[in-house]
Design a protein around this ligand. Sequence first.
Ligand SMILES: C[S@@+](CC[C@H](N)C(=O)[O-])C[C@H]1O[C@@H](n2cnc3c(N)ncnc32)[C@H](O)[C@@H]1O
Length: 278
Amino acid sequence: MTTREDVSEANRSIFDGISAVSDYHKGFRSTGFLDAGERAALLSVADAVRGQPALDLGVGAGRTTTLLRLLTDHYDAADYAPRMVAEFHHNFPELPVRVADARDLGDYPDDVYALTLFSNNAIDAVGRAERPRVLRELARVTRPGGYLIFSTLHRGGPSYAERPLQLRRPTRRFSLRQIVIDNMRLLARPGRALRAIRSWRANRARIDDHGSWAVGPLAAHEFGLIVHFTTYEDLIDLLHSTGLSDVVVFDESGLPIAADADAAGADSFTVVARVPAA
Ligand SMILES: C[S@@+](CC[C@H](N)C(=O)[O-])C[C@H]1O[C@@H](n2cnc3c(N)ncnc32)[C@H](O)[C@@H]1O
């Protein structure tokens, strides 16, 4: 069993597996916004970053590539999983991509990008202690006055504390229809269902709940990933501690979350933050 400190490496090997690459290949084929929060976040910076350099970090198979290429010709992609990078290259042979880890973007010069995107809760795959380092690296490669956009899972959302073959998602209202859909999906692929049950059993002991944040298995990739879940307050603390400004947080319905709003229903938050101008 992996220790709490090395979740990032264990998660990297899941992302670098054939099954994850095939999942994100499907995501690439159905290009589009992940949710209305991502759409609102990208739209909110579109005018400011149009035609400027953009970095698409944790690009996977390239779901977000077309979205960013519509904004700019100066597009760079990166991912820490070599198989994802190979898949991206297969999908977009004409575009630059490299293997790079958000925890240490060593080769990348400072102050280059007007927009740095780390989409689809990829930041949650690093250990809690490494989250500030990731944001500092994203900010370092972004120009003063430029924007970061990333999304992150909510401790109070339906993805937290899920189980395979569950009767309902723990933080969601009871819905018979949803229970049937979720379980039929798993049962239609018995190999995946068995893998999910096996890894959930191995990983459930890793749930580490601190109330304002938690770490635990995620149903995606058959409960193989161990990820971080935040709360709105915890997220704002992280953003302030890394010196980012002009923070706007969207829920997945695309509404900005006000400081005093109840964020209880959100599954994830999409954050827009600005690197302070020099
Ligand atoms: C959930 S997938 C999202 C893929 C794609 N961006 C999308 O939205 O469909 C997360 C991606 O981020 C990558 N990733 C996770 N942690 C990373 C890190 N520390 N540095 C770079 N890439 C990372 C994974 O390999 C994976 O391809």
